[in-house]
Ligand binder design. Structure first.
Ligand code: DAH
Length: 340
């Protein structure tokens, strides 16, 4: 009898673990637990068990019934949970997770943010202007003579509305005019934005690029303040050891004008391939605002003076990160962008 109990227990246990469908459960119930099922049949056999063994065998049988019933209910509940989450038991928790890719800021955005941080930290505000600009703001009010070569089709994209009046701005300097037209001095702003030039595309030039313009107008603004501001900026951006120098230059809208170089950050000024063995790298143009420009915007050049500067963000970023081809900024190649 004990053997039969053990046999039934192990058979029932292994069958219970295979129960899935409602029919499986019903068949199992009929086979083992119903009035004519295996358990009931074993209980019948109690009649033939010798009297002195009855209590022990009866106990075993009761235990067996309790065991099978509880296993049966357990399996039913488990199956219900499996079905409730429709992914069922097939989720493989050992499969490695998928790699998540995080976006990040474009190196040009990072560079511009750094430039903004430096200038807003010393009291400059931020302004912007239109990318489709009229001839007046892009050239005329900036004191470009009518026959200036920069107005040539060679350099400038004209907007084809047949008026010949509108261009894709070739620099951000026109925003200076707009800011002064709309504000009384003193003025202290930087003006970042996209610019366009009709240039042959190469590692050093692209048809679209970004500049940051700067303008500071007040009573008695001096060239010394221009030099101090730009030198401070260069040190903040490229490190406190960096040298700056101001080379005389020409722009129609500043007088005097200068180009700013920093001591080569790659070779420390000794001369290398990147600074073309000059020891210096050009970073921007600048100068004292030309009195003619003040006249265009209705400022009195006898009352106020000011300085202006303009730099290419791509150029700054190329120097800062050691990038040798401007086209990389616009190709959206993640192998490039992921490095910043
Ligand atoms: N607009 C000039 C350019 O596109 C850059 C520049 C030079 C801006 C001197 C200025 C400046 O404000 O004073 O190359």
């Amino acid at each position: 009898m004990n053997d039969e109990i053990e046999k039934l227990k192990s058979e029932a246990t292994s069958e219970i673990s295979q129960l899935n469908s409602p029919e499986d459960f019903e068949n199992f119930r009929l086979k083992y637990l119903s009035r004519k099922g295996w358990l009931a049949q074993l209980f019948e056999k109690m009649r033939d068990v010798p009297k002195d063994e009855k209590p022990a065998v009866g106990k075993s049988l009761n235990e067996l019934r309790g065991f099978i019933e509880s296993k049966f209910v357990e399996r039913k509940a488990m199956r219900a949970t499996e079905l409730a989450s429709d992914k069922g038991p097939e989720i493989d928790l050992t499969i490695p997770g998928r790699k998540r890719f995080f976006g990040r800021q474009h190196p040009l955005t990072q560079t511009l943010n750094e430039i903004k941080r430096i200038f807003t930290g010393i009291g400059f505000g931020i302004a912007d202007g239109p990318e489709i600009e009229d001839d007046y703001h892009n050239f005329e009010a900036l004191n470009f003579p009518p026959d200036h070569p920069a107005r040539d089709m060679q350099d400038t994209f004209f907007v084809s509305d047949n008026s010949g009046k509108f261009v894709l701005r070739t620099h951000t300097s026109g925003v200076q005019i707009r800011v002064m037209e709309n504000n009384k001095p003193p003025v202290r702003v930087i003006m970042p934005g996209r610019c366009y030039r009709n240039e042959a595309i190469s590692a050093r030039a692209y048809c679209m690029f970004h500049q940051v313009e700067g303008l500071y107008v007040d009573k008695n603004v001096s060239l010394a303040e221009l030099k101090g501001t730009i030198s401070y900026f260069a040190k903040e951006l490229f490190g406190s050891e960096v040298k700056t120098r101001f080379r005389p230059s020409f722009f129609p809208f500043t007088e005097p004008s200068a180009e700013v170089d920093i001591g080569c950050i790659f070779c420390g000024g000794k001369g290398c391939r990147l600074c073309k063995h000059a020891g210096w790298l050009e970073i921007m143009g600048c100068g004292m605002v030309d009195p003619n420009v003040f006249k265009f915007v209705g400022y009195d050049p006898a009352e106020v003076s000011g300085f202006a500067f303009g730099m290419g963000i791509e150029r700054i970023a190329m120097l800062k990160y050691g990038i040798d081809d401007i086209r990389l900024f616009f190709e959206n190649d993640l192998r490039f962008l992921n490095q910043f």
